[in-house]
Write a protein that binds this ligand. Structure first.
Ligand code: G3P
Length: 218
């Protein structure tokens, strides 16, 4: 399973990269705004900086919602760095744009996926990744993990190369459940990855080992 971090915060991206388990980064306009990054030139510089920090794919979202606009923006984003993946919303022109980029060998991430039908359509258009937002479905009393299961089943019935990128992952159990289902990638905050470290028996066991070592070496 690939681990992506869902943030535009450089310190968190560096921390995840230093841990040695980071496979990529996803961003969106809200995450950029949260870091106070505004203006096209600053946004572009920020993407370049992120690409310099991480080794894997970096999703950069288009703002345009029409085909021509998405193509223009996406081509400019893709030209920034080989690691850039053009992130495109699940709308009609978005599907056309995904097909356009797929034909040109440019990687895409279809975002704002909330149904298996949307995922199937994006896969048929040649998306590299589909991003089902599981936390936002849970927020409205709908089972986000069930969506991951449904998409996994559909993709496994055929030969789509499209990867399931579980997004809007909110906690460590989401990550583990996505791993059990077989999501190819998960993206979430750093805390979701760090949560995997935690177990009280590890802490107490280590404290005991160190205490015993100190006693026998006193
Ligand atoms: O990757 C999608 C993500 O940024 C949305 O997460 O927590 O705002 O639903 P959230």
């Amino acid at each position: 399973m690939k681990f992506f971090i869902d943030t535009a915060n450089l310190a968190q991206i560096k921390e995840a990269q230093d841990l040695g388990v980071l496979d990529g980064v996803t961003t969106n306009p809200s995450l950029m705004a949260k870091e106070g990054i505004s203006g096209q030139a600053n946004v572009i510089e920020h993407y370049k900086t992120i690409c310099e920090i991480v080794d894997g794919d970096v999703s950069a979202e288009v703002i345009a919602t029409d085909f021509e606009g998405m193509v223009k923006e996406g081509e400019a984003l893709a030209a920034l760095h080989p690691q850039i993946v053009v992130k495109i919303p699940m709308i009609k022109d978005g599907i056309k744009a995904i097909k356009y980029f797929s034909d040109k060998g440019i990687k895409t991430n279809c975002t704002l996926i909330f149904s298996s039908g949307q995922a199937l359509l994006a896969a048929k258009a040649g998306a590299t990744y589909v991003s089902p937002f599981i936390g936002r479905l849970d927020d409205i009393s709908t089972d986000g993990l069930r969506l991951i299961e449904d998409i996994r089943l559909i993709f496994d019935n055929y030969t789509y190369d499209t990867q399931i990128l579980a997004a809007s992952v909110r906690h460590t159990m989401h990550l583990l459940q996505c791993a059990e289902i077989g999501a190819d990638v998960m993206t979430g905050p750093l805390s979701v990855i760090l949560g995997l470290l935690k177990h009280p028996l590890t802490d107490s066991g280590l404290a005991q080992f160190l205490a015993d070592h100190a006693k026998s070496n006193a």
